[in-house]
Write a protein that binds this ligand. Structure first.
Ligand code: GLU
Length: 279
């Protein structure tokens, strides 16, 4: 069986041990299966990504002793493919332009969902004339998925996680998600689905922090006629207080750990013990 997996970091900071755990899990699974391990740089968000972080990703992964196959894809080079996918979704009547700013979204949101605030639907039923007038006035819209119609077309969203088992999603908890932000003309959801299919990824191995995003990805795969890969969401590393490791919570970067003299391969071996204990 073909086995193609990937590590797909966003270069918004230096990698920390949580990223390393994810990369090692995917890398080792690919090597054990005689498969392919890809590295993809998810740098669509030019407001947060930095070139120095891009270079550091390959350096840090190499220091951990990981190797990857084929060229490294950069999402910032693939805008045309995301635009085509967005057109396809729009042509199927499954997306609508949204002119709301954050404050307006927050004011009408029914609450927090898996993907941020659930959208209250303010722009769902704007007339063509109203959209045209706002665009003519220089407003650039984001594009939101018309979730109920998309679900009607796609049918039940049933997917399997290798750890958590079968999941059955009826569309709750996210609302009409943004599939193209106004500033970058795409979104994490759209770009990841398009690229996983374009790279022939058969196994998505990533952290539990993205578990609740997967139903939206499976829905996008259905409406774009793309295959659904196998999924494994692994447990997350936590700090001494039990909180998920993250840059915002002050996790030490791999760079800092290496700079203190700890060998990258030793870091990788320690993480492999954590992975073995968690399965
Ligand atoms: N780029 C995403 C992140 O850094 C991960 C994407 C994925 O694995 O699907 O959180």
């Amino acid at each position: 069986m073909t086995f193609i997996t990937r590590f797909a970091p966003s270069p918004t900071g230096y990698l920390h041990s949580g990223h390393a755990l994810s990369a090692i899990t995917a890398h080792d699974a690919a090597r054990a299966a005689g498969g392919t391990f890809l590295l993809r740089i998810e740098d669509i968000d030019h407001t947060r990504c930095r070139p120095a972080f891009v270079d550091a990703i390959s350096e840090d992964l190499a220091a951990l002793g990981l190797t990857w196959d084929g060229p490294v894809w950069r999402q910032s080079m693939r805008g045309a493919f995301y635009a085509t996918a967005l057109d396809d979704i729009r042509n199927k009547g499954l997306a609508y332009p949204c002119f709301c700013n954050r404050r307006q979204v927050a004011a009408h949101s029914p609450g927090q969902g898996a993907d941020g605030l659930i959208y209250g639907g303010t722009c769902r039923d704007l007339s063509r004339d109203e959209v045209a007038a706002r665009v003519a006035a220089g407003q650039v819209p984001a594009w939101r998925l018309r979730l109920d119609t998309a679900l009607q077309l796609a049918g039940a969203i049933v997917w399997q996680d290798r750890r958590a088992g079968w999941q059955d999603w009826a569309g709750d908890g996210v609302g009409d998600v943004v599939i193209a932000r106004r500033d970058i003309a795409t979104s994490y959801h759209l770009a990841v689905v398009v690229d996983d299919a374009a790279q022939g990824v058969t196994q998505i191995i990533r952290g539990m922090d993205l578990f609740h995003q997967t139903a939206v990805h499976v829905l996008l795969q259905r409406i774009l006629d793309l295959p659904t890969p196998h999924y494994l969401h692994h447990q997350l590393l936590s700090d001494a207080d039990g909180r998920k490791l993250s840059k915002s919570a002050g996790a030490r970067s791999l760079r800092d750990i290496f700079a203190e003299g700890t060998d990258g391969r030793l870091v990788a071996e320690r993480l492999r013990k954590v992975i073995a204990g968690a399965t």
